[in-house]
Design a binder for this molecule. Structure first.
Ligand SMILES: Nc1ncnc2c1ncn2[C@@H]1O[C@H](COP(=O)(O)OP(=O)(O)OP(=O)(O)O)[C@@H](O)[C@H]1O
Ligand SMILES: [Mg+2]
Length: 337
């Protein structure tokens, strides 16, 4: 998919009927004012369809949580646009409107569950409904329904620290679903639960997707999430490098990956391809029916290789023999002619 020709929108107009979210060219840098800044997102663009479970996979530190926080309006990216189906660009909403917008439209399951420690779990789940003034009886009914579905009704009177990690996770999920949002962002939702509970959670997501057109964006390393996802995006060093369709095998990503062109028409090659290309800086290319062939151009030039000593993104020194920055993960640039 290519987004290079997407024009920046100013006027609010709804997205095409089939889309739940459109993300255009998101950049984020942590610690801008400090020396040791981290470039966490480097131009991320993609769409989420209505009624879709979209997975995001990538190594630790690749930018998954940062991306999710930006999509939910909890972090303001330094550049880029994030359009919801009604045309709202959440990056441009004033902070006070963002709270309101989020309460009505988004369910968010944090990597750290963020439950309110002094409230019972029943009250934790009820809270988002109180915030949108749902009547008492309706709130009680919805809480019971969610807690029963997630198997935590018997724990309703406990506070979060008195239940297990897996139960806390289910409370966080119930809370995210409480207001029937059309979009759910979930950061490692099956991180703390056993395989049986993971399956139940994902089956619930799947039912909601089919019955209510809800869309899900799920960051995870859990193979079971891959089984339930309609599509999976692969993120590496803050860039989307690949897309996979249903039936992804997390232990063999190379078998199902489609490479993604970023908004500047660059491709980031997967790790195994980079390893094979190590030492050679110039390539020629041929287009064939199945795709593109890269061929090393000339011999390895040891001197040229060592000329680049510092990362162009964050400035840290890159050790000998390494082709990516140990701090921010940025890759050394290779030239293709
Ligand atoms: N508040 C912060 N201040 C500075 N750097 C941060 C901050 N939060 C994250 N980072 C850095 O930004 C990069 C992306 O982090 P992020 O948390 O988005 O990764 P992730 O893919 O969610 O990782 P994990 O799988 O471990 O949860 C990392 O290099 C991380 O160290
Ligand atoms: Mg994370």
């Amino acid at each position: 998919m290519m987004y290079g020709d997407v024009k920046r929108k100013v006027q609010i107009e709804p997205l095409p009927e089939s889309l739940a979210l459109q993300v255009i060219d998101i950049y984020h840098v942590y610690g801008l004012e400090h020396q040791n800044k981290v470039v966490a997102l480097k131009g991320v663009s993609f769409d989420i369809n209505k009624s879709e479970i979209l997975g995001i996979i990538g190594p630790s530190g690749s930018g998954k949580s940062t991306l999710l926080l930006a999509l939910g309006g909890m972090l303001k990216p330094i550049a880029g646009q994030i359009f919801y189906s009604d045309g709202t660009d959440i990056t441009k909403l004033p902070e006070e409107d963002q709270f309101e917008f989020r309460r009505h439209n988004i369910g968010y399951i944090f990597q750290e569950q963020n439950l309110i420690p002094y409230l019972t779990i029943e009250k934790n789940i009820e809270m988002p409904m109180k915030l949108v003034n749902t009547p008492f009886a309706k709130r009680k009914q919805r809480v019971k329904e969610l807690m029963e579905t997630l198997g935590i009704w018997h724990r309703r009177a406990h506070t979060p620290k008195r239940i297990s990690g897996g139960e806390q996770q289910r409370v966080a999920i119930a809370r995210a679903l409480a207001n029937n949002p059309s979009l759910i962002f979930a950061d490692e939702p099956t991180g703390n639960v056993d395989i049986e509970t993971s399956t139940q959670i994902l089956e619930l997501f799947n039912d909601l997707k089919e019955e209510t057109e809800t869309s899900f964006l799920i960051c995870s390393h859990d193979p079971i999430v891959g089984d339930f996802s309609d599509r999976t995006l692969e993120i590496r060093d803050g860039i989307l490098i690949g897309e996979h369709l249903e039936g992804i095998d997390l232990t063999n990503l190379d078998s199902s990956r489609f490479l993604v062109l970023d908004n500047q028409n660059r491709i980031t090659l997967p790790e195994n391809a980079l390893k094979q290309l190590q030492g050679t800086l110039l390539y020629t290319w041929d287009i064939i029916e199945e795709g593109l062939i890269l061929k090393p151009f000339g011999k390895t030039d040891e001197k040229r290789e060592r000329k680049i000593k510092n990362c162009t993104t964050c400035g840290v020194e890159i050790p000998k023999g390494s082709y990516s920055c140990p701090r921010c993960g940025a890759k050394l640039t290779r030239v293709v002619r």
